[in-house]
Design a binder for this molecule. Structure first.
Ligand code: CA
Length: 626
């Protein structure tokens, strides 16, 4: 055992040099990491790993994506990201570990201040009467055939959902309000404080704000609203006086803050949310940071679920072939990397290019679109080009709903028009073109399969070879819970078999007692004890956000909750327990843990105050005495 420890420490030292070189080049969130575990025996291994990370390294779980076998951790205050990465890279259970990179929106700039539509008309009238050219209100005058997209849609089709993963949206802008374009989660009841669809997010009726952890993805920057207007503008003339019911729905997922900056972990959350909640097209007008294995895995997850991923090529006027921009450069088959061209099919000077890694262009110079507060304005960037392609992809999916993202991408490339400006700048040499793409999607033979994509082979080497070795020991928190129970005079008698839950059991015992009493067979006694039923709501705290749900069932062994959903949001629970008479409520925070012994999840309330234990003991004693 000692030898084993020594050799691990040596490997750690050796790897730390490389690992440090790996992580210092890009900005990342201090004190946070993202870990993907190897896929063998997923859930058991994940919980053991999490338990160990929490108990031994003082890390706090901030989020879990079970579908990706990835976990987001905050390190113990003061702990070094580089050092922790170096350590974990040697853990045989770890497939990769990386910093939580910072990413930013891809806007090259706003032209002037946003104005109201009235003043747009006024300035247009002024310039017209003065003999000048009439100001065009079109979002773009580039020859992409937008009006064909407006007029040749098959009526009566279901609007597909485009996730705008950005700074949010102002849903009250008349363009979105009058068209009903903002996505509504059909399985969530508004404002009831309950996660009705059990997706881990309470009252997520119109998207989510991953920055504030709230159900209000309001746009405090303007970028996301501008992008959203461009997406919708592919389906109808949003500058026209009369608006039509939306043919495309926008799922606003805010992960960039008011300065246009966000983290990879929130991007992964947003992508994961979008895919799992029905978005068919993901618009990504953002980028930056280093190569992120977790982001790559999230995009591959979208690909596996036939979702198309559209990304801005970037605005550094640089070559993505030699200096990659992420996420646009992830070579997943559902990726469309979009450059910007002008209204006259010229090259946008700010746009990144890449003869092999950037795919095609869309208009992105001086694009007219919506801004918060019912305003309008022009902005430039590959951020603006990207949503034109996303809108087109959505119209195609609308025509042919089962078409996989991979095929959508392929048809967009087939339909594009070659322009001179792109000769050495994109792989297709094309600018997007709506009419042919729409026609082709109407008659497309939908491909039932798509090429397999091996994300593991695409990822960057981020950890050392699998060194094998011992099984990960049982989760530290579980062990501690048992220990505490033994020393704290925990359960005895009929509860003895519940020893695993140790501290938890003490806290939950009023509920268990209540259940037992209610299970007694007959009349008078049963009625008598029913009034002792105890409220068993569970509240989970994630930052400032609180999720509340009811304990779904109670069984020997403790409380059963939807641990997948809890884990996804950090695994920290606050359980509120009311006294039998309902006059007192106490709450205590715990952590979802895996019990190796019982092969199931439980909640370890390792920090239970003795006063809480005493309080519950008092309640329980009262129940028994009755
Ligand atoms: Ca929900």
């Amino acid at each position: 055992m000692r030898f084993k420890l020594f050799s691990t420490a040596l490997a750690l030292l050796l790897s730390s040099v490389w690992a440090q070189a790996q992580v210092v080049t890009h900005e990342y969130v201090p004190g946070e990491i993202i870990v993907k575990l190897r896929s063998k025996s997923k859930s058991m291994q994940a919980s053991a790993f999490i338990g160990k990370a929490v108990a031994e390294k003082g890390m706090a779980l901030k989020g879990t994506w079970n579908g990706l076998n990835m976990h987001h951790f905050a390190l113990k205050p003061g702990a070094s990201v580089e050092k922790t990465i170096a350590e974990l890279a040697n853990d045989p259970d770890v497939e990769f570990v990386e910093p939580n990179y910072i990413v930013k929106m891809q806007s090259a700039g706003l032209e002037g201040q946003p104005v109201s539509m009235e003043s747009v008309y006024e300035s247009s009238a002024a310039s017209s009467s003065g003999g000048g050219t009439v100001t065009t209100f079109a979002q773009t005058s580039a020859p992409v055939g937008l009006s064909s997209g407006w007029s040749s849609q098959t009526p009566g089709k279901t609007p597909p959902v485009v996730a705008v993963i950005d700074t949010g949206i102002d849903p009250s802008h008349s363009v979105f309000a009058q068209t009903g374009a903002v996505w509504t989660n059909p399985n969530e009841i508004p404002a009831n404080g309950i996660d009705d669809d059990n997706n881990g997010y309470v009252d997520d009726v119109h998207g989510w704000n991953f920055v504030a952890n709230s159900n209000s993805p309001y746009d405090d920057d303007g970028h996301g609203t501008h992008v959203s207007g461009i997406v919708l503008g592919v389906s109808q003339d949003i500058t026209a006086g009369s608006l039509q019911p939306a043919a495309i729905r926008i799922m606003p997922l805010k992960f960039l803050d008011s300065t246009g900056s966000g983290s990879t972990s929130d991007a992964v959350k947003a992508i994961y949310y979008a895919v799992n909640n029905g978005a068919k097209v993901l618009n990504n007008s953002w980028g930056g940071g280093g190569f992120s294995n977790s982001l790559l895995n999230a995009i591959a997850y979208a690909y596996d679920r036939k979702v198309v991923f559209v990304a801005a090529a970037g605005n550094a006027a640089s070559n993505n072939d030699s200096s990659p921009t992420y996420p646009a450069n992830y070579n997943v088959p559902n990726m469309i990397s979009v450059a910007s061209t002008t209204d006259t099919d010229g090259w946008s000077s700010f746009s990144n290019y890449g003869a092999s890694t950037v795919h095609l262009s869309a208009p992105g110079s001086s694009i007219f679109s919506t801004f918060p507060g019912n305003m309008w304005g022009r902005a430039s960037g590959t951020s603006m080009a990207t949503p034109f392609v996303s809108g087109l992809a959505a119209l195609m999916v609308r025509e042919s709903p089962t078409m996989p993202g991979y095929q959508v991408k392929s048809l967009i490339f087939t339909a594009g028009q070659q322009i001179a400006a792109l000769a050495n700048r994109t792989s297709t040499k094309e600018r997007m073109y709506v009419p042919s793409a729409l026609t082709m999607s109407k008659s497309a033979q939908v491909s039932s399969t798509q090429p397999s994509y091996d994300v593991a082979s695409a990822r960057m080497p981020a950890s050392s070879e699998d060194v094998g070795g011992d099984q990960v020991p049982a989760c530290g928190l579980v062990a501690k819970a048992i220990y505490d129970a033994k020393n704290g005079g925990g359960p005895s008698g009929p509860f003895k078999s519940l020893a695993f839950f140790g501290v938890l059991l003490i806290l939950v015992s009023p509920i268990l007692v209540s259940v037992m009493l209610r299970n007694r067979p007959t009349g008078r006694e049963k009625r008598r004890y029913e009034r002792f039923e105890i409220s068993s709501s569970v509240t989970m705290k994630i930052g400032d956000r609180e999720l509340t749900g009811l304990v779904s069932s109670i069984s020997q062994g403790g409380v059963q909750v939807d641990t997948d959903a809890w884990l996804q949001n950090g695994g920290v629970l606050t359980m509120s327990i009311s006294s039998p008479d309902g006059r007192e409520t106490i709450s205590v925070q715990g952590q979802v843990v895996w019990s190796e012994e019982q092969k199931r999840y439980g909640v370890a309330f390792s920090n239970a105050e003795s006063t809480i234990k005493q309080t519950i003991a008092r309640w329980t004693a009262g129940l028994m005495a009755n």
